[in-house]
Ligand binder design. Sequence first.
Ligand code: NAD
Length: 290
Amino acid sequence: MKIAFIGLGNMGGPMAVNLAAAGHDVIGVDPVASPDGLTMATNAAEACADADVAITMLPNGAILRAVAGEVVSALPKDAVFIDCSTVDVDSARAVAEQANAAGLGMLDAPVSGGIKGAADGTLTFMIGGNADALETTKELFGVMGQKAVHCGAAGAGQAAKICNNMILGVTMLGTCEAFAMADKLGLDRQAMFDVVSTSSGYSWTMNAYCPAPGVGPASPADNDYKPGFAAELMLKDLGLSQDAAGGCDADTPMGRLAHELYTKFIEDGGQGVDFSGVLPWLSSRGHSDT
Ligand code: NAD
């Protein structure tokens, strides 16, 4: 397929390279990044002019909306526009409406799996949009990832992503505060892990991404809390979940508190630190700091 790939940063760069390595004709667009060996165009209109598919992997919804106008007006009719960025549900739906009105297929397809998943081609895609557009492009998801779940109509992929990451942020905070309290109660961390990871408190954050160094499988905690998944990316997703909660009138008290706590953590030096780095931060605080 002829693919215009727009946004070649930490995630988009390796995803585009994997598509090219699988034999697709990929043309990249990015004002800054230019991955080795990838053919580049100077702008999105040029890259999209005779493309079968355009893929965007951009920082946020405002940038997506700005780029979408150019993509939609340049793509040939019946082409498919896939946005893999994590953006607000409203932007995903607005861009889908614009693309569909121009006769294009449109999928919102945010990812889970991080930079390693992008490089290894093992991402999970959460997809919203028309089933026909997914059928036409499913081969590409097979190259960039290992799983693609069709979640529903336009915006459903973004909805799934922010619900998942709201659970992730809340669960990580719960796991970290329990470890910090267990330390102060004199409980050995290995004993804490052995019990919780096989009891009703188990979770992905405890069992697969344990925030305590030296305990459980290797995780960013064992590498000085270098990301992994940086706290500011978690804060971005928690912010999107709060925007969505406001928009659909959902009561999300735990999500709101997680957003507040990650904001404080970043103000206290958590920028660039893995999101599991809230464990040493909480350990440094006392009961009255809450
Ligand atoms: P990044 O900042 O590394 O890359 C974004 C790229 O977009 C940059 O290279 C930038 O130059 C480019 N860009 C900005 N404006 C542009 C424009 N108008 N036209 C073309 N290119 C433009 O970010 P990233 O880590 O690759 O993340 C991309 C998206 O993926 C974000 O929405 C993020 O939330 C999501 N995401 C990231 C991760 C992760 O672990 N990094 C995990 C899951 C999802």
